[in-house]
Design a protein around this ligand. Structure first.
Ligand SMILES: Cc1ncc(COP(=O)(O)O)c(C=O)c1O
Length: 277
C-alpha cells in the first residue's frame, strides 16, 4: 500500500493522555487533573442546554457577536477586540498560526502548560522553551535573551501551570517594554480567578498600553462547563486584532454564543461577578 504524505515531524509529538476518572459508583473520588468542577452543572445551565438542542441543526453565528458585545461593554473594550473560541487552547492556537510558520519561533517559559510546545510544533514553528527560575517563576531576562529575529510570539502564563507562580504587574510591564513592538505577546490567564496575589498582573490592563498584547482569558475554571457543545469547550479572549482567518467558522458551540445564554449573561451583568466572568 502507498505510504501517505504525512508530516514526519508530528511523529515526535507525544500524544495527549487523558487522566483516569472515578469508576462508576465511586462518589468519593474527583478527577482534578483536567480542572473539572466536581459539582454538577447548575440546573439553569442544564435547562438551557436542553432548550438549545432544538436549534442544533443550524450553523451558529461564527463571531458570537451578541456575547462579544456584552463582554466588551463589561470590560470597556470594543466588541471587535473580543474573540470567542472553543477553549483558550483553540484561541492560542489561532494566534500561533496567525503569527508563525515554518522556521519561526515561539518563546514561552518551561515548565508550563503542556499544550504550548504541541501547538507550536503543529503549526510548523519552533518552540523556544525558557527554563523557569529556581523559584519556579518566569525568567524574563532569559526570555528576552531568547528573542531573535525569528521570534513571532511570546507566551506568558500567569498563574503558571503547573507551578502556580504568578507574574507581577511591574515585572510584566518591564518585560513588555523591552520586547520589540512587532512581536505578539499572549498572556494566558487560565487561572485568573484563583489568583489572590494583589501584585499580580491583569492582562487586559495591558491591552491599551501595548497594542501587541493579547490577553487570553478562559471562562472561569471554577464554574466551567467543559463538556458543553459536542464535547468542545468555549472561552473568550481579548486581543489586539482579529485572527479570524485562522478560525474554523463553526468551532464555537451554539450555546455560549447565544444572547439567550442566561446563566452566563447573568454573570456578565452582575456587579459582583468574578474578575473576568
Ligand atoms: C495555562 C492554561 N491555559 C489554557 C488551558 C486550557 O484551557 P481551555 O480548556 O480553555 O482550552 C489550560 C488547561 O486547562 C491551562 O492550564
Amino acid at each position: 500500500m502507498a505510504r501517505l504524505f504525512l508530516r514526519a515531524d508530528l511523529d515526535e509529538l507525544a500524544a495527549y493522555r487523558q487522566g483516569g476518572g472515578p469508576q462508576p459508583g465511586d462518589t468519593a473520588t474527583f478527577k482534578l487533573s483536567s480542572n473539572e468542577n466536581p459539582f454538577d452543572p447548575l440546573p439553569s445551565v442544564q435547562a438551557r442546554v436542553a432548550e438549545a438542542l432544538a436549534g442544533f441543526n443550524r450553523y451558529p453565528d461564527t463571531g458570537g457577536r451578541a456575547l462579544a458585545e456584552r463582554i466588551g461593554a463589561r470590560y470597556a473594550v470594543r466588541p471587535t477586540q473580543v474573540a470567542l473560541g472553543a477553549g483558550s487552547v483553540e484561541i492560542i492556537s489561532q494566534l500561533i498560526r496567525a503569527t508563525a510558520g515554518a522556521g519561526d519561533e515561539i518563546v514561552f517559559p518551561w515548565r508550563s502548560f503542556e499544550a504550548y510546545p504541541l501547538l507550536t510544533i503543529a503549526a510548523g514553528a519552533r518552540p523556544v522553551m525558557v527554563p523557569l527560575t529556581p523559584q519556579f517563576r518566569h525568567d524574563f531576562a532569559a526570555m528576552r535573551g531568547a528573542v531573535t529575529d525569528r521570534t513571532r510570539l511570546i507566551i506568558v502564563c500567569s498563574p503558571n501551570n503547573p507551578t502556580g507562580t504568578s507574574v507581577a504587574a511591574r515585572e510584566l510591564e518591564k518585560f513588555l517594554s523591552s520586547v520589540p513592538p512587532r512581536i505578539v505577546v499572549v498572556i494566558d490567564e487560565a487561572y485568573l480567578q484563583f489568583n489572590r496575589d494583589p501584585d499580580a498582573a491583569v492582562g487586559r490592563e495591558f491591552l491599551g498600553l501595548y497594542p501587541s498584547v493579547s490577553s487570553c482569558i478562559p471562562s472561569p475554571k471554577p464554574t466551567d462547563w467543559p463538556g458543553c457543545g459536542s464535547g468542545t469547550r468555549w472561552r473568550r479572549s481579548l486581543w489586539y486584532r482579529p485572527c479570524g482567518r485562522c478560525r474554523c467558522r463553526s468551532r464555537l458551540p451554539t450555546l455560549p454564543r447565544s444572547p439567550e445564554s442566561r446563566p452566563l449573561m447573568r454573570r456578565l451583568s452582575s456587579p459582583n461577578g468574578s474578575r473576568c466572568s
